[in-house]
Design a protein around this ligand. Structure first.
Ligand code: SF4
Ligand code: SF4
Length: 77
């Protein structure tokens, strides 16, 4: 099963990934980060299809997708 990891400390709460996910399994948190942002989280990871659209969409490269033993992330900090 694909694994999606969202680094909340790099998330600025823009919600682009939430709107982009074709499975609609991302949502925003109810609490905030130390920077004062609501952050994205995966609320139903079992339905992830590993399409990586969320990672490609995120302007802050806060999302990493792991699928079939491969790691996909747009940039490394
Ligand atoms: S990899 Fe695709 S299905 Fe999985 S959370 Fe990201 S956008 Fe949604
Ligand atoms: S696209 Fe990136 S910065 Fe925007 S809410 Fe999603 S994880 Fe956070």
């Amino acid at each position: 099963m694909p694994a999606v990891t969202i680094d909340k400390n790099h998330c600025k709460g823009c919600e682009l990934c939430v709107k982009a996910c074709p499975q609609q399994i991302l949502s925003m948190s109810k609490d905030i980060t130390v920077k004062g942002y609501f952050y994205a989280q995966v609320h139903d990871p079992s339905r992830c299809i590993g399409c990586m659209i969320c990672a490609i969409t995120c302007p802050d490269a806060a999302i990493e997708v792991r699928t079939a033993g491969q790691v996909y992330s747009l940039f490394d900090y």
